[in-house]
Design a protein around this ligand. Structure first.
Ligand SMILES: [Zn+2]
Length: 375
C-alpha cells in the first residue's frame, strides 16, 4: 500500500476524540503485525465510558519489558469536523496537497512512520524500534498520560508526530490550568459592612496575579517566543445581582511554563499571594484547584536525535508553544523531538491538508532515523 493510500485509509476512519479509536487501532495493529512487529494494546475507558486504546508495536527484542532505542509516536484521534466538509473523511488531492481531517494532525505522520518501518529490514534490527499510537491527545494528551503512568515501555529516543512543517522541535512550554474560587458574604449592597464582597477580594488577587506575570518575565529562555512563562486569567465570573454584595467569584488561571521552571512554581507564587491576602483580611476565603500541570520539556541541542533530524532536514531545531506528547515520552525515558509533515496553522481547520512532498520527505527522514538508531 502506498503512503498516500495508507493516509487515505487512516483519514477514512472517523477517529474524532469523543468516539472510540478502536477501529483505527485495529487497522494499525493489523498493518504492524503484517510487518512482523509485535503488538500490545492498552485499553481504558474514558470519562464517558467510551473504550479507548493505546497501542505499542515493536521489534528487535524478545524481552518482556519493552525497551527500545527509538519510538515513533502518533496520536490516532482528531479534533471534530464540520458536517458540511465533504472531504473530511475522504482524502482528496489537489495541487500537491492532501485534504482531510487529520491529514496534517497527525495521520500524515502515522502513515509516514508505517512506511518507514515497512522499508526497514526489521529482522536485522540491532536495537529495538517501537511504533506507539495513542488516544485522546486532542483532549489533553490523556492516552499518553496513561502510558506514562503505566510505563509499559522505555525509549531512549522518541520522535513525536505533530505538524511542524518538517522542522525538528526540541523543546516546548508546559501547559497548566487552575481554578480559583474566592468567597465572600452576601448582603444588601446599601450596607457594605453587613457583607464581604468576593468580587473586591478576587480583584485584589487578580491584580497580584498580574504582578506575578510580570515577575515571571525575569526568568528567560531566549529560544522561546515570548521567552518567559506566560500567565492568563481567561475567565472570571462572580456575583448574582447589581444590588447584592457578591458571595462568590471564580476565575481561571492558565500558564505555560518554560523548561527548567517547575510547572508548580506559579502555584506556589499564587498560594503565597493568597496567604498574604489572608494575613491582611482574616476573613479572606479562597481556594485554588489545580486542574492540569503539564511540565515543559526540553531535549538538549546536542542530543543525537536533534542532530540527526537537523542534518536530515537541513534545518535548525526550534521550540513550540503548543502542547504535545513529548513530556510523556520524556517520562518514559526518552530524549524527545516533535516533528512531522504539515503546518500547525492549518491543523484543526476545515480544509486541513498535508503537502504530498512533505509527507514523502517525512517518511524518508523517519527511515533515516530508524537506520541511524536501530541498525
Ligand atoms: Zn496533534
Amino acid at each position: 500500500m502506498s503512503l498516500e493510500q495508507t493516509l487515505a485509509e487512516l483519514v477514512g476512519i472517523n477517529s474524532v476524540s469523543n468516539n472510540s479509536n478502536a477501529e483505527i487501532i485495529r487497522f494499525l495493529a493489523a498493518r504492524c503485525e503484517s510487518l512482523g512487529l509485535r503488538v500490545k494494546l492498552f485499553p481504558y475507558e474514558d470519562e464517558l465510558n467510551v473504550e479507548k486504546l493505546n497501542m505499542v508495536a515493536w521489534a528487535g527484542t524478545d524481552a518482556e519489558k519493552i525497551e527500545v532505542e527509538l519510538a515513533l509516536v502518533g496520536h490516532t484521534d482528531t479534533v471534530p469536523f464540520d458536517a458540511g466538509w465533504g472531504e473530511a473523511l475522504r482524502l482528496t488531492e489537489r495541487e500537491g496537497k492532501l485534504y482531510g481531517r487529520g491529514a496534517c494532525d497527525t495521520k500524515g505522520f502515522i502513515a509516514a512512520a508505517l512506511a518507514a518501518a515497512e522499508g526497514a529490514e526489521l529482522r536485522r534490527l540491532k536495537r529495538p524500534l517501537a511504533l506507539v499510537f495513542t488516544a485522546d491527545e486532542e483532549v489533553g494528551c490523556l492516552g499518553a498520560k496513561r502510558l506514562a503512568e503505566a510505563r509499559p515501555l522505555r525509549a531512549r529516543y522518541s520522535v513525536v508526530g505533530e505538524p511542524t512543517s518538517l522542522r525538528p522541535m526540541r523543546a516546548g512550554k508546559g501547559y497548566c490550568l487552575a481554578e480559583v474560587v474566592v468567597r465572600g458574604r452576601e448582603g444588601h449592597s446599601a450596607y457594605p459592612a453587613l457583607g464581604a464582597s468576593a468580587i473586591f477580594r478576587a480583584a485584589r488577587l487578580v491584580s497580584r496575579v498580574e504582578s506575578i506575570g510580570h515577575e515571571l518575565q525575569a526568568d528567560t529562555r531566549p529560544e522561546f517566543e515570548p521567552p518567559y512563562t506566560t500567565l492568563n486569567v481567561g475567565l472570571i465570573r462572580g456575583g448574582t445581582a447589581k444590588n447584592i454584595i457578591a458571595g462568590e467569584c471564580r476565575f481561571t488561571l492558565e500558564w505555560r511554563p518554560v523548561p527548567g521552571q517547575a510547572a508548580s512554581h506559579v502555584v506556589e507564587l499564587v498560594r503565597a499571594a493568597i496567604e498574604d491576602e489572608a494575613a491582611r483580611d482574616a476573613d479572606f476565603d479562597c481556594s485554588l484547584n489545580v486542574i492540569r500541570l503539564d511540565e515543559a520539556t526540553e531535549t538538549l541541542a546536542d542530543s543525537a536525535l536533534v542532530r540527526l533530524l537537523e542534518e536530515a532536514t537541513a534545518s535548525t531545531a526550534g521550540t513550540i508553544a503548543f502542547g504535545t506528547e513529548a513530556p510523556q515520552m520524556a517520562e518514559l525515558g526518552a530524549e524527545a523531538v516533535v516533528f512531522g509533515p504539515g503546518d500547525i496553522r492549518v491543523a484543526h481547520r476545515t480544509g486541513e491538508f498535508v503537502p504530498v512532498e512533505e509527507l514523502r520527505e517525512c517518511a524518508r527522514v523517519l527511515a533515516r532515523a530508524i537506520e541511524h538508531f536501530c541498525f
